[in-house]
Design a protein around this ligand. Structure first.
Ligand SMILES: [Zn+2]
Length: 172
């Protein structure tokens, strides 16, 4: 089990804290973050704003994301269905994202991939943190659904149809 977790951490599927406990399992954080999402009545937290937007498509459910502006701490509420932003309060809400080739994403990108309440606050965040840029919620949703779609189809170990393949091999 330990070796398995370390392998997944090395591949950046998850992160371990100093005691070897799982601290993040993309797109979820085990610790509270500014990107809350209620799933089946339970409060969950996403690693970053982009991850939060991808969860409805990932589990094929309409969900409410409750976030905070990274500049002014104003509450942000976004209703998301798979493939569509239904409502956003305030309507000018934007995503600020940082893309970095350096892994792990937990450390390099998530702290700088946030919600902001307006373009003005997106600009202020971008001046503060180099390499960030603002996206509309629709642009961010398209981006993350492409990433998560690829992950679920090809890369997440748990989604690989191993059992069926073994079954077919036995019958052959
Ligand atoms: Zn703000």
């Amino acid at each position: 089990m330990r070796a398995g977790l370390a392998t997944l951490a090395a591949a950046d599927y998850l992160a371990l804290d100093g005691r070897g406990q799982v601290s993040c399992l993309y797109p979820f954080s085990t610790a509270p973050t500014a990107h809350g999402i209620v799933i089946d009545g339970r409060q969950r937290y996403a690693m970053c704003s982009i991850d939060a937007l991808g969860i409805p498509a990932m589990i094929d459910q309409e969900l409410e994301i409750t976030g905070r502006c990274a500049i002014c701490d104003r509450t942000i509420a976004i209703r998301v269905a798979p493939g569509a932003i239904l409502t956003a309060t305030p309507p000018e809400t934007r995503v600020v994202a940082r893309q970095d080739e350096a892994e792990p994403a937990c450390a390099a990108c998530c702290p700088f991939t946030v919600f902001v309440c307006s373009q003005e606050h997106a600009d202020r965040f971008a001046r503060r943190i180099a390499g960030t840029h603002a996206l509309s919620l629709g642009e961010a949703l398209t981006h993350v659904e492409e990433i998560f779609g690829g992950l679920l189809a090809e890369e997440l170990p748990a989604s690989r149809p191993r059992g069926r393949r073994w079954g077919q091999a036995r019958n052959a």
